[in-house]
Design a protein around this ligand. Sequence first.
Ligand SMILES: [Mg+2]
Ligand SMILES: [Zn+2]
Length: 251
Amino acid sequence: MSPSKELKPFPPVRRQLIVFDFDWSLADQDSDRWVLEVLAPKLRQKMKDLKKDVQWTDLVAMTLKDLHELGGTREQIEEALRIMPFHPAMVRSVSALKARGKTAFFCLSNANIIYITTILKAKGLDDLFDEIVTNPAEWDASGLLKLRRRIDPSGPQHACQVGCSPNMCKGDELDAFLKKHQPDFDRVIYVGDGANDFCPVLRMRKQDVVFCRRYRGLYNLIKEYEEEGRLHPRVEYWTGAWEVEALLDQL
Ligand SMILES: [Mg+2]
Ligand SMILES: [Zn+2]
């Protein structure tokens, strides 16, 4: 497939990093909401009602406890995750990019490690990521999924002023990853959609690229900055995963 006429070619690089947000970026749904939409619509409504008052990770942990008390099982949650929308073009394009060799893969997500690894396994993408940074979670013997914030609320908190959720500053996490994987990558590509992806995008360089999903939180924040020339990285917009595929094929 040839790239669209308007697409400016990406310069060749020897070594690059691709960072994926998970919900609505790599996956074509929001895993926290989806599980309740499949298994317990009343808890999905509760989540919506409490969203403004309870920190998101705490709220997901709370509704998982509710679900467990109502008899929701580990098997049901795992099955709901396996059937969550995930575009075949995304599976195809990340697999092809991985196979070409020169790209490191990093997942940076406010979901949780159980949801992400269960879904990746269902898509045959177990080995895609070199590292996944997200909220910790584990099944207990009774089948309850115990979820915690990445940053413990009782310890020191991050100092981010951009608007990251208390459980994690994605900009700090990206900086920490880059520091750990020296030398600097020739290019960093960030695939994201949410308001919480804005902080890392603000820290990216001129040679980096953002693949921003249209009409969601990140898009609303980025547009003004980009129009005013206040963003360092290049931005390419997409709506469906088939458009990400066309972009990834050019990297
Ligand atoms: Mg997202
Ligand atoms: Zn931040």
